[in-house]
Design a protein around this ligand. Structure first.
Ligand SMILES: Nc1ncnc2c1ncn2[C@@H]1O[C@H](COP(=O)(O)OP(=O)(O)OP(=O)(O)O)[C@@H](O)[C@H]1O
Length: 327
């Protein structure tokens, strides 16, 4: 059973097409990552899912309801927008009390739900402090607590860790992972970070300029590009990475070869050709060091943005443009 069904959705704001012919399905119980650069259309997709806006074309269903039935949808779906803020003089517990009332949490379970939400996000000890004194990370965790109060079927988290320091990102993501493991909730989680999506999500869709350019199981997508490895080399001072890249680019098995900085060279090649490529570099330049990297979601993203197309069925066409690092 799918908790999210987006069928051929298009949404424009004046001349700007925010989403174009987007189709996605999220199976119940999945943690689904929406990965995309600034302006890719992630927030627009969330706004359509929660029924704050309607698509120009296509259909959106969530938690078994058409998204246009906004009030009913919001009883089943918890939406944490990108910039959720709270009155600084309120305590964490008061913020949650306010949200419990607004969201119609029954009085009989109100205090119990608030205590459970505080415990889940690790704020029980800070519950009676005013949120003006909370760190950024604590504020985000309080935001997460507000959307847990109704025990939703689906959680929509729009870039919940944007702007947090690595410790804050880690703390937030550990909570999301625990919720995903211990409850049947379906989670849709948007991010700019490949590493984060790879860690937290089972499924991913990569959005670029309003279009889905790859989607599917995180492991399957990684396997699709799994025959390509990335070799990061440090080239000795007497040689030029761009000259070495020029010589390698057309060599057998090499997908791409680009200087990565004034001494760095990044080569992508078919796994069986790794040794041959390293030998070729050694033949033409002094190498101070190298690292061979297995494929990651970042590689999937680059393939997709460079022109490849993939979908959840595993049907993939891989692009061959430069590996420019889109994020
Ligand atoms: N209300 C609006 N009016 C006009 N243009 C809009 C509006 N909302 C979004 N857009 C445009 O639609 C496109 C998609 O925006 P959206 O906010 O959905 O992207 P995003 O992936 O969430 O970006 P970010 O990572 O920066 O939050 C952008 O070009 C944006 O400028």
């Amino acid at each position: 059973m799918n908790d999210v069904e987006i069928k051929r959705v298009t949404k424009s704001y004046g001349q700007v097409t925010a989403l174009e012919d987007v189709s996605l399905a999220v199976e119940a119980g999945t943690t689904f990552g929406l990965l995309g650069t600034n302006g890719a259309g992630k927030t627009t997709l969330f706004r359509l899912l929660i029924g704050h806006e309607a698509p120009d074309a296509g259909a959106v269903e969530i938690a078994g309801l058409p998204a246009e039935r906004g009030v009913e949808v919001r009883r089943r779906v918890g939406y944490l927008p990108e910039h959720a803020g709270f009155p600084p003089s309120f305590t964490g517990r008061e913020v949650l009390g306010f949200h419990a009332d607004v969201r119609g949490v029954p009085a009989t379970v109100r205090d119990e739900r608030i205590a459970a939400a505080l415990a889940t996000v690790g704020l029980a000890d800070a519950a009676d402090r005013s949120v003006g004194g909370y760190s950024n990370g604590m504020n985000r965790r309080l935001g997460l607590a507000t959307v847990l109060l109704t025990e939703p079927q689906v959680l929509l988290l729009d870039e919940p860790t944007a702007g947090l320091d690595p410790m804050g990102v880690d703390a937030f993501n550990r909570i999301v992972e625990r919720i995903a493991a211990e409850t049947p909730i379906t989670i849709v989680f948007s991010s700019h970070s490949h590493a984060e999506v790879e860690r937290v999500c089972d499924q991913v869709a990569i959005l670029d300029d309003g279009r889905v350019c790859a989607a599917g199981d995180v492991d399957d997508l990684r396997r699709d590009v799994g025959e390509t490895v990335t070799i990061d080399l440090r080239i000795g001072e007497d040689d030029s990475p761009s000259a070495v890249a020029d010589r390698l680019r057309d060599a057998p098995g090499v997908t791409s070869a680009e200087p990565s900085d004034d001494r760095g060279l990044r080569v992508r090649c078919a796994r069986p050709d790794t040794y041959g490529v390293l030998s070729m570099v050694h033949d033409v330049a002094a190498v101070d060091g190298f690292e061979v990297r297995e494929p990651s979601i970042e590689d999937v993203f680059r393939e997709a943005i460079d022109g490849g197309v993939s979908d959840a069925s595993g049907d993939q066409r891989v692009g061959s443009g430069p590996t420019g690092g889109a994020l």
